[in-house]
Structure formats: structure tokens, C-alpha cells
Design a protein around this ligand. Structure first.
Ligand code: IVH
Length: 702
């Protein structure tokens, strides 16, 4: 999808547009923060180009069109081979047209395309002399760049010394991963600096900065390898002949970081359809990547094809960027709302001036917790960079500090619970109402009664409100003490609904421990964690007897989470006792309790025994397997929710997961399975239809 070019009506508007674009481009390449997000800048430049096409005699010399880096920057280190930019396409049709024109130019169809992510950072050339990193140069205007060798030590992925003592130039992108960006902004604001608006700006600013009191790491990914004047002639000849994919393998062999180790490695495709399928696949993985990409780069793989195609002044003719929709826009932070969740957590949420990102209007963004607001140095009225990719909840990346006017106001944190007025427990990063799950009782009971927890049919939100308002239910255990007369006395409760509800509550008594635990809403234990805990300990008594050390034997519970689970279970003790007294099941079917821990500690005999009990993973047809379920199920599995499918996987001895990786053993792909199926295929992971899977786990159904 292409966003429309900016409309330029006359020469004055054209001159203004050129001025705006040049300023924005300079800020972008010099590591400052542009007041235009990428999408707005692209539209502006396309508008400029459209106007210039109709007025070729009035083109201003400073116009950014046709220039590498928009003509914004220069440097004093000449590049031995010009560092070009890339032309863009935005749709399958445009890409297909590009391949046709490339085929015409080289006289035949391209037999092999290299397809790799377009990393959203800055181009850099790293010169190695006899294997040692001697110089780092930015792209600059393409013919000469700036010397940034001082930053070499903080760029991960560019070793100080290669695996072989060769003289070569490695080209690639320097960027900050999301984690590196967050760390950089934290350190920077701690030192009194203004936060960077996004990872790209952060990488640009950090690369050029000298003499900072602090250092923050960045990451390099190679996408080019070429000879330098001092390169041994045999090697130089070889590098000129190798296909792009072979050059990337060489770079990796020399110890330089490439995309090969990421979820979106560069691949070779042999047809346009295959390229387009890979484009979709990478687009689908974008939201999960730990670094930003703004498109996919497609290159003619063979060196001979590249040579024949040649290059224009700005970009090569043998490569193209297939741009993906922008995931970032600048908008304003209008307000912060504080919402109390079902466990009493008080979560801030940003209210934004509505902004369209990739076809959706965004009005809210997540803010995590008060400490996060402080760390990000956010203020009301700030211009903020908002990021939204895929179905992930939009997030504020950072304020755009240089757009501050001084009128911004501090964000006021609540001093009492905004829902019930009780005191707030601020001892942890996530603040919590001291009433805990009783503060938002309706939310906590509705969750407990939900399909994936106790599955009490007929107990929807409205009914819960009614029960709470009538004073009949003040916590989860009260639900099990409801009488027929109490229910009949309620509005719109006839005999049938009453009996049905009582029967559903009775059925809920027999749910497995994992469901009961999940219904309790212990912080940090969602559905799959509750299942792991329940399968490991087998009984509620064992769980309650566990200390923080033994809890950490459950996969996914670390030293931070364990004590808070212990504390919360202690707090829930009286409620759990009442539930047990009301006949609620407190055991996990099929699970064997772990043996007692011996004196030797985790490395002793106790632990050895432990490895063969506890989670009951050794038994069943899926023993030792990690299984991902995607798409809609059919046959005997049709009625199962995703949660029930995951439960089934675990009953059959497997481990359920929601994302496909190299560690996945099996992907159950039903109708409509999308990117997960594609990823499984590209990683060569075993696939099963719902029917095949149903047969495999038949003994564990129901
Ligand atoms: S190839 C001669 N490959 O995108 C070919 N560039 O918009 C030049 N980029 O200047 C570049 N990922 O900074 C290439 N896999 C990739 C890339 C990539 C990101 C950047 C690079 C380039 C810019 C063009």
C-alpha cells in the first residue's frame, strides 16, 4: 500500500516543501531528530518529485530528489566505491514490473534473487586491513562519509579482528535493537540528556557522538563485502565474482554479524512468486523482531547480473527496496488514564491525538508502569513517537524532545486507587491497589468464570455485576456458596437459569488445579504458567508448601517472579482454604508430585530424581516435543479453544508454545494458518493437520 504523495500546487509550495525536506533530511542523517516521521518525509519527497516532473525547468538545486541521503550530509573520508541508496517499490505489481525491467536490461530473467530484511539503521563501511578493523565510515553523501572509528568498540557484530587476516571492506547497517534502545534512553536520561525518539535516531546520535560520559552498545548487520585497494588480487577477483548470498556466507565466516542468525535470514529465491511469498513472511514476522525493519531488500544474486544491470547515480539497478508500511508516527500525548485491572494492578495508558498507522487509527498506547513513565521522561502535551506493528498493542517509543515548547506538564501519578480510593502498594514497579483483586471484583470474578478458567456457563459480566451489587458475592469462594433461593430472588433469574447456573458452578468444582490456580489470578501466572506450576507440583498443598527456590524449578519462573508468587499465594491462603472447603478440586489430573528436595540441593540426587518427575513430560506421544497450534481446528478438535489445545498438548507430554522457532518440533496447522505455517515450512519443521494430530493424541482427548 502506498500512501499518497503530498500535493504541491505552486512554485512557492514547492520551494517550501524542498526547504522542509532538506531540513528533515539533514536532521535524519546527522543523528538529530526530524520533526517529520519517515512516512511524512517520503510523501513530501514524492510530492516534490511529482511537481518537478511537471516543471523540469524549475527544479531547485538543493532538491532532495535523485540524491543519496537527500543531499543532506557530507564527510571527508572518500569511499572507494560509491555507497548507493535503493529505489523503492510498494506493491507486488510494482515489484513484478521492476523484475521485468531488470530482465530486459540484462537480457534474461533473473535466475536467483537474494531476499533479506531492510534493516532500519544507518549504512556504514568497515575497513579491515590484514584482518584488523581500521576504519569506520558513515555513508555521508555516498561518495565520502564521516570517520566514526571512535565508535568501533560499541558496535556489536563488527569484530576488532576477523577470522582471517584479509583486507576487505564490510558494508552494512548499524542499528539499535529494541533492548539496546531502551537501555540507551535510560542511560541518557539518567545523565540528564533528552531521550532519543526512536532506535534509528539513537543509533545515528550514538555513532557520531564522541567523548560521551557513558557508552551504549549497538548492533551491526552486514549486507555487502568488497575489496579495498590493498586487497590481495586473488581475493579481490573472487569477491567480484561471488554471488551476494555467497558473499554473506563469507562475511559470516570471517566473524561478522549477518542476518543469518535472526528470524529473518537472507534467503535465495528463484522466482518472483517465491520472492513475494518471502516478502509476506518477513512482513508477518516484523512485529516480533528484536530490531526494526522498514522493508525487504531484493537483489539479483549473481555477480554477473549485477554487473550487467549497473547503477544509476542514486541507486543500483540490480537491487530494490520493497517498502513495508510505516510503523511509527509522531503524535501528541494528551492524557494518561489509570485503569485498575482484575488483580488490582493500576496500569497507566496513554491517550493520544488520533493518528493513523498502517491503516488503523491509534488513540491509546501502553505505558507499562509509573517507573516506565519516569524513565522515558514523558510529559503531557509531548510530541511522541508511537510504534505499532502487527497486532501488538501500540507503544510510545519516546518523546520527541526537541519539539517541546515548555508548555508540557508533568504526568501526575495517582496517590490513591483511582477506582476505590484505597491506598496503593508502590513497593513493586507495577503499582497495585491495596484491595488487590477485591478492588475490581467484577473483573476478577468474570475472569475466574471465563471459558479458559473455571468455565462457568451463564456467568457473564452482567450476571457478575448483579451478584456483586446484590451483596451475594464478595470473593471467588462466595460463588460456591450461592443458594437456589438467593439466585431466584434476583431480577431476570427464572428457575431454569438458576438451576443451570448452579449446575455450571458445580461442574466448576471439578476443574483441574491448573484452571483453579489461573482463576485465582496470581500475578505473573497466566494460563500456561498456571498449567506448568500445577503439573509440576500436582496439588495445591504442594504449591503452597513450595518456597521461592523450589518454585524456580518450574520453567519460566525466575528469581524475581518466585518470591512474589510465594507472597501472593500466602495472601490468597484463606480464600484457597474456603474454596477447598466448598469442594473445589485442588489436584492436577495425571500429574505426579515432585520428590522431596534432598540436602544436596539442586545438583544432588534430589535434582536427578526431580528431572524424571515433576512435570510429567517423559510420558505421552508428545514427550520432549514443543508444539505450536495455529489456524482453525477440525474433526474431534473442532470445539477446542486454543487454551484447551494447549492443555491437550501438555497432557500428552509436550510443551505448548505460541511462536515458531528452531526449537519447535511440530506445528499443528489448521485452515487459515498463516505466517506460523510459513515459518515452519521455511525452517523445515514437521507439520500436522488437525486430523493427523487428533489421531496422535487420541488417548488424551476428553
Ligand atoms: S543494499 C548498493 N541491503 O537501506 C546497495 N541496504 O534505503 C545498497 N539497508 O543505504 C544497499 N538493509 O543503509 C542493502 N539488506 C540491505 C539493507 C540495506 C538496510 C539500507 C542501507 C541503504 C538503504 C537504502
Amino acid at each position: 500500500m502506498t500512501t499518497p504523495a503530498a500535493q504541491i500546487m505552486d512554485a512557492a509550495a514547492y520551494a517550501q516543501a524542498v526547504e522542509d525536506a532538506v531540513r528533515a533530511s539533514a536532521a535524519y542523517y546527522e543523528g538529530g531528530t526530524s520533526s517529520l516521521d519517515d512516512d511524512t518525509y517520503d510523501r513530501l519527497v514524492r510530492g516534490i518529485a511529482a511537481w518537478e516532473a511537471g516543471h523540469p525547468d524549475e527544479v531547485l538545486p538543493e532538491s532532495p530528489t535523485g540524491k543519496v541521503a537527500g543531499g543532506a550530509v557530507e564527510g571527508d573520508v572518500p569511499h572507494t566505491v560509491v555507497m548507493l541508496s535503493l529505489d523503492n517499490v510498494f506493491s507486488p505489481e510494482q515489484f513484478t514490473a521492476w523484475t521485468a525491467s531488470l530482465a530486459r536490461r540484462i537480457g534474461h530473467d533473473v535466475a536467483a534473487f537474494s531476499v533479506e530484511p531492510k534493516l532500519d539503521g544507518l549504512a556504514i563501511a568497515a575497513r579491515y586491513t590484514r584482518g584488523r578493523l581500521t576504519r569506520l565510515v558513515t555513508r555521508g553523501d555516498g561518495t565520502a562519509g564521516e570517520d566514526v572509528t571512535h565508535a568501533a568498540a560499541i558496535v556489536e557484530g563488527l569484530p576488532a579482528e576477523l577470522a582471517e587476516p584479509v583486507t576487505v571492506e564490510v558494508r552494512g547497517e548499524v542499528l539499535m535493537t529494541t533492548a539496546q534502545f531502551e537501555h540507551a534512553n535510560e542511560v541518557r536520561t539518567e545523565h540528564g540528556g533528552a531521550p532519543f525518539a526512536n532506535p534509528r535516531n539513537a543509533a545515528a546520535g550514538t555513532l557520531r557522538a564522541k567523548d560521551r560520559a557513558y557508552t551504549v552498545p549497538m548492533t551491526f548487520f552486514a549486507y555487502g563485502l568488497l575489496p579495498l585497494p590493498g586487497t590481495d588480487s586473488e581475493l579481490a577477483g573472487l569477491l567480484d565474482e561471488l554471488a551476494h548470498s555467497e558473499l554473506m556466507a563469507r562475511a559470516a565466516g570471517l566473524g561478522v554479524n549477518t542476518t543469518a542468525g535472526t528470524a529473518v535470514p537472507g534467503l535465495v529465491a528463484t522466482s518472483v512468486d517465491e520472492v513475494l511469498a518471502r516478502v509476506q513472511e518477513i512482513a508477518g514476522l516484523r512485529a516480533q523482531l528484536p530490531f526494526g525493519i522498514d522493508g525487504i531488500v531484493i537483489k539479483a544474486d549473481a555477480a554477473a547480473d549485477q554487473r550487467t544491470a549497473g547503477a544509476g547515480t542514486r541507486a543500483p539497478r540490480w537491487a530494490i527496496a520493497y517498502k513495508l508500511p510505516a510503523v511509527e508516527k509522531i503524535t501528541r500525548l494528551l492524557e494518561v488514564e489509570w485503569n485498575v485491572g482484575r488483580t488490582g494492578i493500576i496500569a497507566p495508558r496513554a491517550v493520544l491525538e488520533p493518528v493513523e498507522i498502517d491503516g488503523s487509527t491509534i488513540t491509546y498506547a501502553t505505558l507499562h508502569n509509573p517507573a516506565d513513565i519516569t524513565r522515558r521522561d514523558l510529559r503531557l502535551g509531548d510530541h511522541v513517537m508511537v510504534h505499532r506493528a502487527g497486532d501488538v498493542i501500540p507503544r510510545i517509543e519516546a518523546p520527541v524532545a526537541h519539539l517541546r515548547t515548555g508548555a508540557e506538564q508533568p504526568i501526575v501519578f495517582p496517590s490513591v486507587c483511582p477506582r476505590c480510593g484505597s491506598a496503593i502498594d508502590t513497593s513493586q514497579e507495577r503499582w497495585r491497589c491495596e484491595q488487590g483483586r477485591n478492588c475490581h471484583l467484577v473483573a476478577s470474578l468474570s475472569y475466574a468464570a471465563g471459558r479458559d478458567q473455571l468455565d462457568v456457563e451463564g456467568l457473564g459480566g452482567t450476571r457478575v455485576v448483579q451478584l456483586v451489587d446484590a451483596g451475594l458475592v464478595a470473593d471467588l469462594a462466595d460463588l460456591f456458596a450461592l443458594t437456589r433461593d438467593q439466585l431466584l430472588a434476583l431480577d431476570r433469574m427464572g428457575e431454569t437459569s438458576t438451576d443451570n447456573l448452579l449446575a455450571a458452578i458445580d461442574t466448576a468444582r471439578g476443574k483441574p488445579l491448573s484452571r483453579v490456580l489461573c482463576a485465582l489470578g496470581v500475578r505473573g501466572t497466566g494460563r500456561s504458567m498456571s498449567r506448568r506450576i500445577a503439573r509440576y507440583f500436582a496439588t495445591m498443598d504442594n504449591i503452597r508448601a513450595a518456597d521461592a527456590t523450589s518454585l524456580q524449578r518450574v520453567e519460566g519462573i525466575g528469581p524475581e517472579k518466585a518470591p512474589s508468587i510465594v507472597a501472593e499465594l500466602a495472601e490468597l491462603g484463606p480464600l484457597i482454604d474456603r474454596l477447598a472447603a466448598a469442594g473445589v478440586n485442588m489436584t492436577e489430573p495425571g500429574a505426579t508430585p515432585p520428590p522431596p528436595v534432598t540436602e544436596e540441593g539442586p545438583d544432588g540426587e534430589g535434582a536427578a530424581a526431580d528431572a524424571t518427575a515433576g512435570e510429567n513430560r517423559e510420558a505421552g506421544p508428545l514427550a520432549g516435543m514443543t508444539v505450536v497450534v495455529t489456524g482453525s481446528m477440525t474433526g474431534p478438535l473442532e470445539k477446542l479453544s486454543r487454551n484447551q489445545m494447549n492443555e491437550l498438548v501438555e497432557r500428552a507430554g509436550g510443551r505448548s508454545s505460541s511462536s515458531v522457532s528452531k526449537k519447535t518440533s511440530l506445528v499443528v496447522a489448521g485452515a487459515g494458518a498463516g505466517s506460523k505455517r510459513e515459518k515452519a515450512e521455511s525452517l523445515g519443521i514437521r507439520l500436522a493437520t488437525p486430523d493427523e494430530f487428533g489421531e496422535l493424541v487420541a488417548d488424551y482427548l476428553g
